[in-house]
Design a protein around this ligand. Structure first.
Ligand code: KG4
Ligand code: ZN
Length: 338
């Protein structure tokens, strides 16, 4: 059987990404990060869209060159249909559509969140693949979901955030501490040197498997304001302990819900994805849970946790195998049903 070569394009938010896959193996995975947003403390949609337009051709070019694949060898093109920022999505989808049309090859529209879940099916040495059915948890700057994954194309959200995403909880806490955006990785870094029990924050009471993080953010704001009023150097003197305590609280919230999800579904394989799965505290806690609760946990290779095109490519590959193609009338969607 000749190999299938998929070019994948991801442009849902502020990263322009392209990847080339040979079957379920990644040949190249290129991400152009847009640093233009850093000075604004968050993603500016109009700037993101413009930067995608500048980046998309060179990023695809580099992805093909690095994979050592020519356009004429491609079997199909996969792109992110949504959810995401409309102006950003449109750059990727327009490009994918025109290229598929020009090359006369199939086009596959991919759900960004399905891709975070299915990134675990990329063939990588040293990384096991979960076996259906399993539980997935997507934790990123835009999403916090617990998902029952029955097959490649049958998934059900059984819990999600009612307000902020986990990544936002990290980033907004970091902002309160005066750390630059995105603050998640910095909280992780300082937390590694701090005492997670130094300060106590209360966990929100949320029904079922849903999450809420906005209360925690407010709690941290008042806690910092109160202490800084007493000691202007409070943050500098306690940075590691504050970060460790915030991270500990967030991990406890996540673990409580995961334990509940396991109890409800009887599923003990847990696959995580999204930018926050890079967090070392979460990774360690999940590893401990394997011995403690008999779970099997899956964390993808770092480059497949944050937004990337390889994860779009693996979904594209499985769609290709099942002849799930789209024509050029497929529309980008800022919000999209699971
Ligand atoms: O998946 P992602 O790259 O983009 C979205 O789709 O949102 O996730 C980005 C989020 C940001 O909120 C960032 O602060 C967070 O992931 N993040 C982390 C860590 N690395 C990235 N949060 C905590 N600890 C980390 N090590
Ligand atoms: Zn994402």
């Amino acid at each position: 059987k000749p190999p299938i070569y998929i070019l994948a394009i991801e442009s849902s938010c502020d990263d322009t990404a392209a990847a080339v896959l040979e079957n379920n193996k990644v040949l190249s995975n290129i991400v152009a990060r847009q640093s233009i947003h850093d000075e604004y403390g968050g993603v500016v949609p109009e700037l993101a869209s413009r930067a995608h337009q500048q980046n998309i051709v060179p990023v695809i070019d580099v992805a093909l060159k690095k994979a050592n694949i020519t356009k004429s060898q491609l079997s199909g093109i996969a792109f992110t249909q949504g959810p995401g920022l409309m102006g950003s999505l449109l750059v990727g989808s327009s490009f994918a559509k025109s290229m598929a049309m020009a090359l006369n090859i199939p086009l596959m529209a991919v759900h960004h969140m399905h891709a975070h879940v299915l990134a675990h099916f990329i063939d990588e040495e040293g990384f096991d693949k979960p076996v259906f059915p399993f539980l997935a948890m997507t934790i990123s700057g835009g999403h916090t979901q617990i998902i029952k994954v029955k097959s490649f194309f049958e998934m059900e959200i059984i819990g999600e955030t009612t307000d902020d995403a986990v990544g936002e909880a990290f980033d907004k806490s970091a902002k309160i501490l005066g750390l630059p955006y995105p603050g998640g990785p910095l909280i992780d870094k300082y937390a590694q040197e701090g005492n997670p029990k130094a300060f106590q924050f209360t966990k929100p009471k949320v029904d079922g498997l849903n999450f809420s993080f906005s209360g925690l953010k407010t709690q941290i704001l008042y806690f910092v304001q109160k202490n800084v009023a007493l000691n202007p150097n409070f943050i500098e003197e306690n940075r590691n302990d504050i970060c460790a305590s915030i991270q500990h609280t967030i991990i406890q919230i996540i673990m409580d819900k995961l334990k509940m999800a396991v109890a409800e579904t009887g599923m003990t394989q847990i696959a995580i994805g999204g930018g926050v799965s890079a967090n070392s505290g979460i990774r360690n806690t999940l590893k401990e849970a394997e011995a403690k609760y008999g779970w099997k946990t899956f964390v993808p290779k770092f480059e497949y946790t944050t937004d990337n095109a390889a994860m779009i490519g693996i979904v594209g590959y499985h769609k290709f195998l099942e002849n799930q193609f789209n024509d050029a009338s497929v529309v980008s969607k800022a919000r999209i049903e699971f």
